[in-house]
Ligand binder design. Structure first.
Ligand code: ATP
Ligand code: MG
Length: 229
């Protein structure tokens, strides 16, 4: 219980900008996230939140510093074993939903299970159960452009849970939704946390920050402060 599921150590991220000075967007970030936490990461637009969570979720690499996922240093792993570990450990939810437009809801939810070589019948069964749980039983064979924004985000949540990951990482998950759908999604994340999942929520919305038991404030690429609710 006490071993961090994710740990990042002295992480820096810079972008080389050709002729102008490199842009340093993350500076000296240290963060440990333990199993079962509900952590909210907040800060102004452009402060580095998305950059940081992409590194926390091992979707992107730091320019300097180390990232440990379940105790393993991800820089020592090759791309395919990292994809496997990430696929099993973390589910992602994004502001823009990021569903594949040519696949149905059901196929989108099955995709993460394909990445870890899950049996197809079992994947289909799991995807159907998840979509039913999110109230989309009658929309499984629709493609994303045949779904409303709130429905697409519920498909994305189902997809994030496909491999029953320890961690759900949500970057502005309600940013494009009306407040009622937003509340449904936040309550759903709260319920997942009660069931033991680690939730990492990125939001610039101070109303949503309240859902986090621990809140990390980012400013100009640095952790400015941390509070416990
Ligand atoms: N590929 C890139 N090349 C150069 N600069 C980048 C790149 N990606 C992001 N940045 C810059 O890094 C900074 C941090 O961006 P980031 O997306 O992490 O901010 P954010 O806190 O998530 O903002 P928002 O609340 O608007 O989503 C910004 O100034 C952005 O312009
Ligand atoms: Mg962002």
């Amino acid at each position: 219980m006490n071993q961090p599921i994710i740990k990042i150590e002295n992480v820096w991220k810079k972008y080389d900008m050709g002729s102008v000075e490199p842009l340093v967007v993350l500076k000296e970030i240290n963060l440990e996230i333990k199993k079962g936490e509900f952590i909210a990461i907040t800060g102004p637009s452009g402060s580095g939140k998305s950059t940081m969570v992409n590194i926390v979720g091992a979707l992107d690499k730091p320019s300097w510093g180390a990232v440990y996922l379940n105790g393993e240093n991800v820089s020592n792993m090759n791309e395919s074993s990292l994809a496997f570990l990430r696929g099993k450990t973390i589910g992602f939810i994004f502001q823009q939903f990021n569903l594949l437009p040519t696949l149905t809801a059901l196929e989108n939810v099955m995709l993460p299970m394909e990445i870890i070589d899950q049996d197809e019948n079992k994947s289909k069964d799991t995807a159907e159960k998840l979509l039913n749980k999110l109230g989309l039983g009658d929309r499984m064979h629709h493609k994303p452009n045949e779904l409303s924004g709130g429905q697409q985000q519920r498909v994305a949540i189902a997809r994030s849970l496909a491999n029953n990951p320890d961690v759900v990482l949500a970057d502005e998950p309600t940013g494009n939704l009306d407040s009622k759908t937003g509340k449904f999604i936040m309550d759903f994340l709260g319920q997942l946390n009660k069931e033991g999942k680690t939730i990492i929520l990125i939001t610039h919305d101070l109303e949503l920050v309240k859902y986090g038991k621990r809140v990390v404030y980012i400013k100009d690429g640095r952790i400015e402060k941390e509070i416990h609710n």
